[in-house]
Write a protein that binds this ligand. Structure first.
Ligand SMILES: *Cc1c(COP(=O)(O)O)cnc(C)c1O
Length: 400
């Protein structure tokens, strides 16, 4: 996306992202400013990371205090803040144990190791894990193997084996896997696919998968790295379906911008012991404080209700302004995790939205994604609609 006549702005940084020529200097609430003093409404939240927006007046002093006290110790010692955050995560999920790491892919790696270990513990020497079309689980060798996107995998083979892939929301396909593959130990999916284009697993489907997992002794592993932690209006997206998973990887929004990852498990998945897994940074006091304070402030400020209510307004506004527009395929998602699927690739909208003062993302080539901070106000939601919808209409009206 860098214009070809423009010299690279970051010549010593590996070119792994197509970056817009915008550099942010600071933010406040749902607004960010760049080096030219231009102001943007943040519809992206650092990709579902900035739960509390920017420079939250309660989070900043808590983190400052923690930095002055202790940033990192080591997992050779007890870290009381780990227990505090783990206890909270168990309370809101109904699960029982937590392993801490720093990113989403690490949380998913831990989930994959747990599934394999649970299989080996049951005498299954070559365990298999069911994964999904259009899934995204990260960019390590194992998690990119679980991911379905050929662009993520291209050039990095051989892939890790032991995955069986099925389509989303097709219980019959999963039942066929159950009938044909005795070595399956777990089913692994995003409750709402993020990078794959904001594709929700249907509630009845999730309930059916839960039943099948129980009948087969499989672990149900729900990647809530993007859709979890209040984004859909409940703590976790699967709670809309009234089910509880066995394994739940988390990251993105958990530290409100400070890197925190976690895998939360129930009793059937409590299979790792000393020496089985680890992470130097995982669970360090700064990260844990960020998680504890994020969850506390979310409750204090009623951000689950806010995500549901303002997300509903945002979706209704998009539906109203894009009703009947040719080229709009579908508006999907829940709470403040919304996607607008168009009938053609629309990456160009990223720059146009930035030019108009709005941060968004485009995923799966054709889906405009909105994952703003959970503090978004109704007025800010209306501003997103007012900036974005005319851009989409103008884009779709252009000759192809
Ligand atoms: C972002 C994401 C990941 C990977 O997280 P990283 O922190 O980038 O490693 C994994 N799963 C899902 C669903 C994600 O959205």
């Amino acid at each position: 996306m860098n214009a070809p006549d423009r010299p690279a702005a970051m010549p010593h940084v590996m070119n792994t992202y197509g970056r817009l020529p915008v550099a942010l200097t600071h933010g406040r609430g749902c607004w960010v400013w760049d080096t030219h003093g231009r102001k943007y409404l943040d519809g992206l939240g650092g990709i579902a990371v900035n739960t509390l927006g920017h420079a939250h007046p309660k989070l900043v002093p808590a983190l400052q205090e923690q930095i002055g006290r202790l940033i990192h110790s080591s997992n050779y010692y007890e870290v009381p803040l780990q227990e505090q955050l783990a206890e909270r995560l168990c309370a809101i999920s109904g699960l029982t144990k937590v392993f801490f790491c720093s990113t989403g892919l690490e949380a998913n790696e831990a989930a994959l190791k747990i599934a394999r270990k649970a299989g080996h513990d049951r005498g299954i020497e070559r365990p298999e894990i069911v994964v999904y079309d259009n899934a995204f689980h990260g960019r390590s060798i194992a998690t990119l193997s679980a991911t379905a996107n050929p662009k993520v995998q291209a050039g990095f083979g051989p892939l890790v084996e032991g995955f069986v892939r099925v389509p989303l929301n097709d219980l019959a396909a999963l039942e066929r896997v159950a009938a044909e593959r005795p070595n399956v130990v777990a089913v692994f999916l995003e409750t709402i696919q993020g990078e794959g284009g904001i594709n929700p697993a249907r509630w009845e489907y999730l309930q059916g998968v839960r039943r099948l997992c129980d009948a087969r002794g499989w672990l149900l592993m729900l990647d809530e790295v993007q859709c979890g932690l209040g984004r859909t209006g409940k703590w976790f997206a699967h709670q809309w379906a009234g089910i509880v998973p066995d394994v739940m990887p988390l990251a993105k929004g958990l530290g409100s911008g400070v890197p925190v990852g976690a895998v939360v498990v129930g009793p059937k998945a409590d299979v790792l012991g000393p020496g089985n897994h680890g992470s130097t940074f995982g669970g360090n006091p700064l990260a844990m404080r960020a998680g504890v304070e994020t969850l506390r402030i979310m409750v204090e400020e009623g951000l689950l209700d806010n995500a549901a209510r303002v997300g509903g307004l945002l979706k209704a506004g998009l539906e109203r302004e894009l009703a009947g527009v040719e080229g709009v395929v579908e508006i999907r998602g829940q709470g403040l995790m919304l996607g607008i699927e168009l009938d053609r690739p629309c990456g160009v909208l990223l720059q146009r939205a930035a030019d108009a003062g709005l941060m968004i993302s485009v995923t799966a080539d054709r889906v405009v994604r909105l994952v703003p901070p959970l503090i978004l106000s109704a007025d800010e939601a209306a501003q997103i609609v007012a900036i974005l919808c005319p851009l989409i209409r103008a884009f779709l009206a252009e000759a192809q």
